[in-house]
Design a binder for this molecule. Structure first.
Ligand SMILES: Nc1ncnc2c1ncn2[C@@H]1O[C@H](COP(=O)(O)OP(=O)(O)OP(=O)(O)O)[C@@H](O)[C@H]1O
Ligand SMILES: [Mg+2]
Length: 312
């Protein structure tokens, strides 16, 4: 068994292509086509694997697209633990417009889960033997799934003595934080929703993160601020990372790559500072190549050497 499992309730197969220019009515001839596995926890498991670690991915599988998703993950060497659902696994569609270098991302809603289908996920997690040290849940919930779903996962992880890491948004994040979570990775929008405040500078953002930690709701807040960098806030320490100067060529996977780098390094016993450095590098590395590709290890290592971390 592995030390880390990830949970993705709404996984996807991401289909991507590039066209000269996006126009209505005309037939837009794609110049390439590729399919990648997608969805928060799935990407976290893939990046951990690329970085040299091992994480198992738990996700529902529906129809032919679900079968394809599993096959794509098998090819990458990511171990899947799945259960079958009646609906069809989601597909997303990404188009790179060559003339402008812009990327268009179409995210589809995904299937409905019945009560027995989402309850099955909870039973599956509760029954893992031996239990992993870390459970990572990431991504949106599907229609039909109660907003306290991640709070229930947090409870199972706690009962089994494992850490629980969450990257999601809105009421599902708020409900889990009310239950208590070991680490959350909000971006600025998610942090604004969660704190119910509208911070205006780095100091105020960090104060909002510190308030969550002080209230015992999150052990660590990894606040990611896109091109502005990130802060890692724990009870005794605030670390700040300056952004890495890069030209983004894609918008896919920065948050997932950041989270994977952080938890993989932390779970391997590295210091918070080292893990944070790798996370920031992995986030930036996800963006420097066009398309849906996640970070490459050689980019992560190269960029990590240039990350500056300060203690606040
Ligand atoms: N334009 C950028 N330049 C440099 N680094 C970046 C940029 N965008 C993101 N990063 C790095 O990646 C990390 C995560 O990015 P971001 O805050 O955008 O996460 P997110 O909003 O959760 O992303 P996602 O859309 O993938 O869910 C940032 O903290 C930063 O380290
Ligand atoms: Mg995100």
């Amino acid at each position: 068994m592995t030390d880390i499992v990830t949970i993705t309730l709404n996984p996807a197969v991401d289909l991507s292509t590039s066209v000269d220019r996006i126009q209505p009515v005309a037939k837009l001839r794609g110049k390439s086509q590729r399919r990648d596995p997608g969805g928060g926890g799935i990407n976290v498991a893939r990046v951990i694997r690329r970085l040299g670690g091992d994480a198992h991915a738990i996700y529902p599988v529906g129809g032919a697209i679900g079968g394809l998703l599993r096959q794509l993950l098998d090819q990458e060497g990511v171990v899947s633990q799945t259960w079958t659902i009646a609906g069809e696994t989601r597909e997303d569609f990404f188009v790179d417009e060559i003339a402008t270098g812009k990327q268009y991302r179409f995210i589809l809603p995904g299937p409905h889960l019945s009560p027995s289908e989402w309850q099955h996920c909870l039973s599956l997690v509760a029954a893992i033997e031996p239990f992993p040290r870390l459970v990572v849940a990431s991504g949106s919930l599907l229609e039909g799934v109660p907003l306290d779903f991640y709070a229930r996962v947090a409870r199972i992880a706690r009962q089994r003595g494992a850490g629980f890491v969450l990257d999601t948004s809105g009421p599902a994040l708020a409900a889990a934080v009310a239950e208590g979570v070991d680490l959350i990775k909000p971006n600025l929008r998610e942090m604004r929703e969660l704190s119910g405040s509208d911070p205006s500078d780095a100091y105020e953002w960090e104060a909002a993160a510190k308030a969550l930690v002080a209230g015992g709701k999150a052990g660590t807040v990894a606040l990611t601020m896109g091109h502005l960098g990130a802060a890692l806030v724990t009870r005794n320490e605030v670390l700040r990372a300056r952004p890495i100067p890069i030209t983004p060529r894609s918008a896919v996977g920065a948050g997932d790559s950041f989270l994977a780098g952080l938890i993989w390094r932390l779970s391997s016993g590295a210091s918070r500072e080292d893990a944070f450095r790798l996370a920031v590098a992995a986030g930036a590395a996800a963006l420097i190549h066009p398309g849906t590709e996640l970070c490459r290890i050689e980019d992560v290592e190269r960029l990590a050497a240039g990350v500056t971390i300060e203690k606040a």
